[in-house]
Every structure is written in C-alpha cells, then in structure tokens.
Design a protein around this ligand. Structure first.
Ligand code: AHG
Ligand code: MN
Ligand code: MN
Ligand code: MN
Length: 336
C-alpha cells in the first residue's frame, strides 16, 4: 500500500457501516439507510452551528421545554431537522427527543423497525459563546412495528443495537458503535463526507483527569465527595488529577474517551437523580464507554442495566476509564 492508497482509499462512514453490516446475514441495508439520515442531520446542524453567530441563530427561542429549560433557537431547529430526517428515512417507528415532551410514533405508512432516542443539541448553554456542543443518539430495535408502544423505548441501555454522538467542535467528529467496538469519523467539509480517522477507539485503562461541575460540591453525597477529594489530595503519594470540565457532555465524554479519566454527573441534594437523561445521554455514552473498554456506573448499578420507567428519566452517572470507575464503585459499596 503506497501512502497515496490511503489518500485515495476513502473510508467514509457509509462505506464503513456497509462493510460492517455485510457481515450480518440478517441485515438488509435498513440500518445503513437509517444511519445515513442521522449523518445528514448532523451535517446540517454542523453547518448551522458554524454560522450560528452570523445567522442570528443564537439566543433564546422564547419557549421552555419539558426539562424546564429555556429552549435555544438551535435546540428547536436541530430537533426539527432530526425528527424530519428520521421520519422520512422510512426506517423508524418511535422517536424520543429531549426537546419533545411525548414520544413521536411515526405514521404507519412510513414506519421501519428502529426506535431512536436522541438529544438533538447537547450543551445548549455553550451555543452562544462558541464552545463545543453536540448531538447524542441511541438506537433500539422495535419488538413489533405494527404494535409499537413506549415499552419499546423503556428498555435497559444494554438492549441498544447502536449508539453514537456528533461533536461540533474545532472539527466535526462522529463517534459510533454498532456493538463491535467504537470508531471515530471526521467531517471533511470539502467533501461533505465523514472519513474514518479513529479506528477501534479504546479508552486508557486509567486516566489523570477528572471531569465534574465542582460548583455542586456543597450538595454531593459522601462517596462522590470522598472520590473527588481523592482526586485532589491523593493519599498514596501519586500526583493529583487535572480537572477538565467543558459543560457539554459530548465534549467532556469525547475527551475522556480519547485521553482517559472519569466523567461524573453525580446525584446531589437538589437533584437526587442527577441531571443527565437516561435514554439519550446516559445510555448512549455508557454504551460507547463499555465498547471502548471503559465502564459506566450510576452509583447503584451498571448504567446499561438500569430499566427506565419514563422517557425523560434522569440518573447519576460515573463513566470513563475502567480502573477509575472501579474506585468510585468501591466507595459507594463501602457507603462512605
Ligand atoms: P443539554 O444542553 O442537552 O440540556 O445538556 C446539557 C447537559 C450536558 O451537556 C452537560 O454535561 C450538563 O448539562 C452540564 O450541566 P451543568 O451546567 O449543571 O454542569
Ligand atoms: Mn437541554
Ligand atoms: Mn444534553
Ligand atoms: Mn439538548
């Protein structure tokens, strides 16, 4: 293989997924078509984010969502783009979005076999200041598309068939797992294609970074407080960990996946279930972490074992390098 071969042998995300799916006898291209519509939505949001400042797309939309958050214009726009792209793909039957109070049941004439749960724009508080934001999604297979019910999306995360995110940062990066490892694709704006740049991502077994909003420290429970204290004042003579916190889950998780370390959004006295939403934030990121050799813990159990009862349910989450999460599991087991 000459160096040129790599430059001319473009491994686009579509080609990569087609290769992967061809190994599955049962696949008939439906997943590849679904993914191409998710990718289209991400390319649109990437383009809108890049010109948000110029196109008056920043600022509030004047609505409040079911989370009680003021919706940004980009929250609304990206939600509409994804709902329309996923519906028109003809491969979905239930959609759950952070920005829609109720689940969307796709018109029977357009139904397919996948249920998609997604956060169309993650890190909205960072839109107006140009800090990295993203889109997060998880995909379940419906039991019977003609009898689709909420039960099809109130499934533990371990039942997801795929999960991923797109980060709109200094470059646009699409990270995906279909259950056989994690791969990263970078958007080449000149081609409008996501090209494989991070094959088979594995998270370091242990990291030197912890990522948490220390502003909530007053309300943390014992084990979380003890763990963060350990990061800052290690007793075993090791050097303290660095703190990195962007405030966009996608950015904090992407850095953790590539560099190692631990990301925490713990429960606190004000929010006993933490802040992050189970279906479209906790599950997809936990799925990816496990596929990359890391792990994800809720403070009580393996995150992917959790069975949600409501579509906007929240859960505390501790995810990242295997050894780092082991430490916080030990503290919760000891009931510090
Ligand atoms: P969203 O913008 O989709 O509502 O998500 C915001 C989330 C997540 O991106 C981030 O990890 C967390 O909010 C940050 O919360 P704090 O500002 O409370 O730290
Ligand atoms: Mn929000
Ligand atoms: Mn979010
Ligand atoms: Mn969001």
């Amino acid at each position: 293989h000459s160096a040129d071969a790599h430059r001319t042998d473009l491994m686009t995300i579509t080609r990569y997924v087609l290769n992967e799916q061809s190994k599955r006898p049962e696949s008939r291209g439906d997943f590849t078509i679904l993914l191409s519509h998710i990718v289209l939505g991400c390319k649109f949001v990437c383009s809108a984010v890049n010109k948000a400042g110029l196109a008056k797309l920043i600022g509030l939309a004047g609505e409040v969502n079911v989370q009680g958050e003021e919706q940004k214009k980009l929250d609304i726009l990206s939600n509409e783009v994804f709902v329309k792209a996923l519906t028109s793909s003809g491969r979905t039957c239930i959609l759950v979005s952070e920005e829609d109070e109720e689940a969307t049941f796709v018109d029977p004439s357009l139904r397919g076999k996948y249920c998609v749960v997604f956060d169309p724009l993650d890190g909205s508080s960072n839109i107006d200041c140009g800090v990295s934001i993203g889109t997060i999604f998880g995909i379940y297979m419906v039991k019977d598309k003609d009898e689709a019910t909420l039960e099809d999306v109130l499934q533990p995360g371990k039942n997801m068939v795929a999960a991923g995110y797109c980060m709109y940062g200094s470059f646009c990066e699409f990270v995906l797992s279909t259950g056989y490892g994690v791969n990263g694709f970078t958007l080449d704006p000149s081609l409008g294609e996501f090209i494989l740049t991070h094959p088979d991502i594995k998270i370091p077994k242990k990291g030197k970074i912890y990522s948490v909003n220390e502003g909530n420290a007053k309300n943390w429970d014992g084990p979380t407080a003890a763990y963060v204290e350990k990061c800052k004042f290690p007793k075993d003579g090791s050097s303290p960990k660095s703190l990195r916190y962007v405030g966009s889950m996608v950015a904090d998780v992407h850095r953790t996946l590539l560099y190692g370390g631990i990301f925490l959004y713990p429960a606190d006295k004000k929010s006993p279930n933490g802040k992050l939403r189970v279906l479209y934030e906790v599950f997809p990121m936990s799925f990816l972490m496990e596929q990359a050799g890391g792990q994800a813990f809720t403070g009580k159990e393996r995150a992917l074992d959790l069975v949600p009862t409501k579509i906007h349910e929240r859960s505390p989450i501790f995810l990242g390098s295997y050894d780092d999460v082991e430490e916080i599991k030990a503290l919760y087991a000891a009931g510090e």
